[in-house]
Design a protein around this ligand. Structure first.
Ligand code: HC1
Ligand code: SF4
Length: 558
């Protein structure tokens, strides 16, 4: 075993890539702007400098060596860190109280932590330079500190390449190609750049004011649906444990804020399971299709496919996403009941859902089926604004007539969940043991690429589950190279919706807790298979009769 010392204490080296990981392992919160373990090392911000006998070194880009003597908190380092912060603040706006990232900004946080009470240099910050062209995210170049986290996320993890560094020296910025508005770039609105941005340079588009206005209108009935991943994504800001399931409190909070009826998107997911399994079965019976069948519930993936692999759009399931299936059913229910003006709002972990809601495919004569999408971050803001103490709310149940859901619909929020739910539907053995065995057949876990083979009748179904668009691209290249898959689940965000761009930012440990939270919710669900949801039988025998195609399926332009 090899050791080095950190602030005089011997620490074992256990395969860490850099000394930053070792320092954090022993519980020292070394500051960084540009370090994310899942991204390549950039070493630009210099906040993680430490002293070694060789001098000052950036901890993120220094591999550990036996015998190293590392100091993390010397007078020289403190001065150095303060200087970096002051220089950043010298050309950064100081509108913290009105910034979209107020309270979750690393620059603000570190300025406070290192006691920056004045900046010795004149402020040269330029006026805000907003790009509001996207329905999902808003960029303000003048709040950018050039850490490059967004660029590496968009290029390395998502393989989208919508943004990059442009110009040199003091003129350096992050830009789209030819500086076109972000909505005209290859961006798919996944929001992962906003999730890693340490300042307010990229934030989630804020629709809270519009929803408040709606809630105040007595002539409008406002309904809501809550996505699977939202319930486990609230975290400490709402007084919850990481990954704690807060669905009951969420319903109570929404009711308090003025929503008339609140439903669970998991009910919509049950519809998706039934439709998607039918589609797969039909394709298997017909046998002449191009393979595989790709899932369609993630709007950033659908847009990525449209923009980059249009020839594969015929392989993308015709199922609407659970959010849109459910919204169409709710609209139809309101129509047949002759209800007063009704507007539907979806609470999602996802920034791309804002784009999905606005697509013409999901609009009827009455407007968008989902009028507004609020991300988890926006919902947290609204709850805080309302004054409700979330942690003290008494949990409430979702409303009739759509109060039934299954565990299968809840696990949609984590990578592999859609596949597991579909396989539960397809399995001929409906025993509890078969259900448990399925969970151990390679569908669970937070790896970016999972593969499994499941027997079905005479044949074996080859299945791939990918999260992160970079992983999707790599798999598509293998499929183009001749590899065969029957079914492929794609979620654009690494780990699936639990890590959606609209969720509060979470490190790997908290993401694992969110995943655990959804599987626990499934475990305590009385009904675990979508086809056993009593509401499904009622819907197919009633409201959906003769309308399955119209309400539950979509034709994206090929
Ligand atoms: Fe998702 Fe889905 S799982 S896409 O990640 O299929 O956003 O949570 O609501 O629609 O159900 C998101 C989550 C969500 C849909 C479902
Ligand atoms: Fe790239 Fe996603 Fe950000 Fe768009 S939203 S710039 S695709 S990371």
């Amino acid at each position: 075993q090899e050791f080095l010392t950190i602030d005089g204490i011997p620490v074992a080296i256990e395969g860490e890539k850099n000394i930053l990981e070792l320092i954090r392992k022993v519980g020292i919160k070394l500051p960084t702007f540009c370090y994310h373990s899942e991204l390549s090392i950039y070493g630009a911000c210099r906040m993680c400098m430490v002293e070694t006998p060789r001098g000052m070194e950036a901890a993120c880009s220094t591999p550990p060596k036996a015998g190293m003597d590392i100091r993390t908190n010397t007078e020289r380092l403190r001065k150095y860190r303060k200087m970096i912060l002051e220089l950043l603040l010298a050309n950064h706006c100081r509108d913290c109280t009105t910034c979209g990232n107020n309270g979750s900004c690393k620059l603000q946080d570190l300025a406070m932590r290192f006691g920056i009470d004045r900046v010795r240099f004149p402020n040269t910050a330029a006026e805000p330079k907003l790009d509001e062209s996207s329905v999902s995210i808003v960029r303000d170049q003048n709040k950018c500190i050039l850490c490059g986290d967004c660029v590496r996320m968009c290029n390395e993890v998502q393989n989208v390449g919508a943004i990059d560094f442009a110009h040199r020296g003091a003129k350096m910025t992050i830009s789209t190609a030819f500086e076109v508005p972000i909505a005209e770039s290859p961006c798919v609105g996944c929001g992962q750049c906003a999730a890693v941005c340490p300042t307010g340079a990229i934030v989630v588009k804020n629709d809270t004011a519009r929803v408040w206005a709606l809630l105040d209108d007595p002539d409008v009935k406002v309904t809501a649906q809550i996505a699977p991943a939202v319930r486990v994504g609230l975290g400490k800001e709402m007084g919850m444990e990481p990954g704690e399931n807060a669905i009951g409190k969420l319903v109570a909070a929404l009711k308090h804020m003025g929503f008339d009826e609140v439903y669970d998107t998991s009910t919509g997911a049950d519809l998706t399971v039934l439709e998607e399994s039918n589609e797969l079965l039909r394709r298997l019976e017909e046998g002449e299709h191009d393979w595989p069948l790709f899932t369609s519930c993630c709007p950033a993936w659908v847009q990525f496919c449209e923009k980059n692999y249009p020839e594969l759009m015929g392989n993308v399931s015709t199922c609407k996403s659970p959010m849109e299936m459910f919204a169409a059913v709710i609209r139809e229910n309101n129509r047949t009941a002759g209800r007063r003006k009704a507007v539907h709002v979806a609470i999602m972990p996802c920034t791309a859902k804002k784009f999905e809601a606005a697509r013409s495919e999901f609009c009827s004569g009455e407007g968008q089926d989902v009028e507004y999408v609020l991300t988890t971050q926006e919902l947290i803001r609204m709850v805080k604004e309302s004054g409700v103490v979330f942690s003290e709310l008494v949990p409430e149940a979702v409303d009739m007539p759509f109060a039934y859901k299954t565990g299968a619909g809840v696990i949609f929020g984590v990578t592999g969940g859609v596949t597991e739910a579909v396989l539960r539907r397809l399995a001929s053995d409906k025993s509890a043991t078969a259900l448990k065995t399925l969970a151990f057949q390679g569908v669970r876990g937070l790896e970016g690429v999972k593969e499994t083979t499941v027997p079905y009748g005479e044949r074996n179904l080859r299945i791939a589950i990918v999260s992160g668009l970079g992983n999707a691209s790599a798999l598509i290249e293998r499929i183009r190279g001749g590899e065969h898959y029957d079914f492929v689940e794609v979620m654009a965000c690494p780990n699936g919706c639990i890590s959606g761009g609209g969720q509060p930012f979470a490190h790997a440990e908290e993401q694992a807790e969110r995943s655990e939270g959804l599987y626990k919710a499934d475990q305590v669900s009385r009904i675990k298979r979508s086809e056993e949801n009593p509401l499904m039988m009622e819907l197919y025998g009633g409201l959906l009769k003769g309308k399955v195609h119209e309400l539950l399926h979509v034709e994206y332009p090929l």
